[in-house]
Design a protein around this ligand. Sequence first.
Ligand code: C2E
Ligand code: CA
Ligand code: CA
Length: 662
Amino acid sequence: MYSLRYFSNLFGIEQGNPGLYRSQYQSMAKQSLLLYTLAIITTISVAFINLEQAPIFLTIKLPAALLLADLAFFFWFARVPKKYKGDAYDRQALLRLHAAVWGAVLLGISHSIWALAMFEYSALAMRGLVTAFLSASTLGVAMCMMNLRSAALTIVISMFGPIVVYFMYLGDSSYRVSAINLTMVATVFALVLNRYSQDFVRMIKQQQIVEAKIAEVENLSKSNLALANEDSLTKLSNRRSFLFNLNKLVDEVAQSHSCGLAVGVLDLDGFKQVNDVYGHQVGDQVLVEVGLRLKNIEKDGVKIARLGGDEFGILMEGSLSEEELLEFGTSITDAMRVPFMVDDLIIHLGGTVGFARWGSVDDTGQKIFEKADYALYHAKDNARGNVIVFGKYHAETLRAVSNIDRKMQDADFDIEMSLVFQPIVSLSNSGTVGFEVLARWQSPSLGFVSPDVFIRSAERGGAINRLTATLLGKALIEAKTWPDHLYMSFNLSMHDITSARAILNLISIIEKSGFDPKRITFEVTETAIMSDRKLAKKSLCLLKHLGVKIALDDFGTGHSSLSYVRSLPLDKIKLDRSFINDIEHEEDAGSIVDVMVEMCRSLRVDCIVEGVETQGQVGVLTAMGCEFIQGYYFSKPLNSAATQKYLRAEFGENFTEVAISA
Ligand code: C2E
Ligand code: CA
Ligand code: CA
């Protein structure tokens, strides 16, 4: 059984490995011209040697027929027609290899029988010459077939076989010795041939392993590259890929000057609340759906990527007009407004988009992106849910803002920053109960900068924690001079309450000052809390632990739900002044304030109404049962000296001594 398998291995072709037989065929095809030249020369030579003795049938006709057969086989074997590709090519190669083995049998036997047929007519010396010719060329032909063991062995056996049999048959001892000698030569040759062809097969297989490894590495690096450039959640391109494509396109546009590009930034409106209220899993599903909608909107020349969180980047090729950008941006904001269905929840979101276009060769990818981001930031403030394209107006304000940002970075807070104090008054006894501390910046080069502007600038530039600490230190010194029953209300930024380190620093400043923490109220806005609810809540609890009070500032301008407000450790709520403006003349405005005041009462928190400017407003609020009021009606924010004067007017000349001795 084993020997049968060994035998079939020896003379068979390994069919399961197309790469191997393809290589075997190609290497044989390359040698085939050499092989047939050798066969032709040998046939002609043998015919020529016997030309005079043997009949014409054996010296001309039969060799001519054999040569024609050889030639026909050669032309067929040497080339697989171009129409065969891939698997079809492989099948043709395998067919030719099988044919080579059978060809070796037929042509080998026919050539050797033909040569032996002429022995009858030739002298002994001629017979020796023919045998030598045949042997030498058989070895040569077999060498040309070395890469296909079965064919090489077949040609050796089918050429030498008949000769050896014939010599043994002749019975003469010299013929028998020759037969034994030929057999030994053929055997040694077959052994060498076997080893060589095995080496060839091994080499090809080794090569295949190396090629497979290379392909595997290439595939791996391709998929790594795809992963490195893809956002795993939405399957859109990620920030890295977006910035890479942006910079590449900017370079191309700068070089060609022919067409432009535009960058858009989309920010989802209301997404943070979805995350907070329903959890990250629902948030993730919404983002996946957003990704699908954006993919549907993508078209030729437009690439959309997820930049992170709920922010997406849009890269558009070509010189696009403002109208075209607005139209495309609107298709995105429209798509974001369609309600999202997650499990059995229906979620309403929106999207705001800022666009900027490539303008000149000075525009880097970073610059265009910053402009788009600035347009978005503007849209968020002034046109939430809409599209804004960065224009001249934005360029001017951006220049001014960058200037302020630079000056803010270099500012000496101790010298340039000062404080003003605005009284908070109780309506029931018309007495001051505390002061809100408000910051003022007098920049040596810019002059007076509004707090709305410079607080944002400090937040952007990362200077806000340092600024808050400086302001709190200054405020505590001032507040120490006030009567003991007055409290100090101090504004915290979003970046203060979302940084544990900043909160601990503020606590240490309070402790070192010796000021009673119970007399401090920290004002925080809804948006600040909503930016990171968990962290904000932790900070508020830390502060509460110290004994300070917490007020929710600008209430009504954010999006927090009543149930969420209830879960916060709040002591006071400050109603935003936008609700007060029309309170005297519009019933609706009045009833909104009424509801809010009522809500504070049911939550058992103090309600402070901000921005009260007129006697009429005070009258309406008194009728509603409002207790605490802050606004120009009582006093504008006062500097330190004016505050002292205000206090003296209300509490008498010696209030400071009372405060200090206490
Ligand atoms: P805010 O916390 O809502 O402060 C109240 C703002 O309303 C103050 O503006 C105040 O001057 C103004 N205001 C008070 N009463 C009236 C009124 O009757 N009518 C009108 N029209 N306005 C009134 P200001 O001082 O310009 O501050 C603006 C904002 O800047 C503040 O709003 C607050 O968000 C921020 N800010 C001011 N100082 C600081 C600070 O020290 N730290 C932080 N983080 N933010 C501050
Ligand atoms: Ca405030
Ligand atoms: Ca406020």
